[in-house]
Write a protein that binds this ligand. Structure first.
Ligand code: SAM
Length: 283
């Protein structure tokens, strides 16, 4: 269980310094990743030691020194203390994920969402995960349901390499199939009209790639799990905004659909939200 950093540091750092501390940090396997402000940077070793005292399994502490950037969704990291490494194994719902936090995107925060989708997957389904990262959605689905296959596409060779390792650690050979490339191209070339369910866990590209998710679905239709970021001022509903944007696009694409479920997964900044829509596509 992650504790709020200011609570951990109360009594360790002076009260007037605590205001400069980011409260949140991530634990990926045995690596803790914290964010520092210009002012809190000088306290990095103390903060790291305090985290290691609370989380006895943490062997390495890194500091994130850039926002998430680029197509591979990476972040710049600096070594703070402990073992000098960036590769680890993360555990979630009895699954093991091989993750190199410097070379691949991974967020431990979406674990509820991964299980929510796994619970919807039905016996014998074929699933396409368009932006698989290290394959965490794919592995959770493969381990916790009786699907036939989860094609897991990523454009980052390091991410695909980590999917391969996780397939072996979780013994889901043949059930999770890693595919390297741009999701558009991979679907056009190899995965047309194959899927009962398509996952689009890349908010920055989901809208643009929606026609390719539809192309991957079987002629008989299926489900698309669509992820997006949305800004909403006071009085605006971020879910409603994404819903209308996507509904308009699907109508334009001449698709029969319904959107029976949508929710805010988390806030990502002031007035910014990560949203998921479960879209049912009819034949
Ligand atoms: C936000 S991560 C999703 C990771 C994973 N689903 C998770 O929950 O941890 C998005 C992933 O999409 C990959 N990506 C970016 N553009 C892509 C594209 N055009 N086709 C396939 N994968 C892409 C990135 O390399 C990154 O690993």
């Amino acid at each position: 269980m992650r504790k709020r950093l200011k609570n951990i540091l109360a009594g360790i750092l002076p009260q007037n310094e605590l205001v400069y501390i980011y409260n949140s940090y991530d634990i990926v396997g045995d690596i803790a990743i914290l964010r520092l402000t210009v002012t809190s940077k000088k306290h990095a070793p103390t903060i790291a030691e305090a985290i290691m005292n609370v989380h006895k399994n943490v062997k390495t502490v890194l500091a994130q020194t850039s926002p998430i950037y680029g197509d591979f969704k990476l972040r710049k990291l600096e070594y703070v203390t402990g073992e000098n490494k960036t590769a680890t194994v993360h555990r979630e719902f009895g699954c093991l994920f091989s993750v190199d936090v410097a070379k691949c995107y991974f967020s431990p925060r979406l674990f509820h969402e991964r299980m929510r989708i796994a619970k919807q997957a039905r016996n014998g389904e074929v699933i396409v995960n368009m932006f698989a990262g290290v394959g965490c959605f794919s592995i959770v689905i493969a381990k916790h349901s009786s699907v036939k296959k989860v094609y897991s596409i990523d454009i980052n060779p390091e991410a695909v390499q980590n999917i391969r390792k996780s397939i072996s650690m979780n013994r889901v050979y043949g059930k999770v199939v890693p595919l390297l490339g741009d999701a558009k191209e991979v679907i056009e070339k190899s995965l047309r009209r194959m899927a009962d369910r398509v996952l689009m866990p890349l908010p920055e590209k989901a809208y643009e790639y929606l026609p390719y998710a539809l192309l991957a679905l079987k002629e008989t239709g299926g489900w698309v799990h669509y992820y997006d970021f949305e800004h909403a001022r006071k009085g605006e509903d971020p879910i409603e905004k994404v819903n209308s944007k996507v509904a308009e696009r699907l109508k334009y694409l001449n698709v029969k659909f319904e959107i029976p479920f949508c929710r805010v997964i988390r806030t990502t900044g002031p007035n910014w939200y990560q949203i998921v829509l479960d879209i049912r596509i009819f034949s």
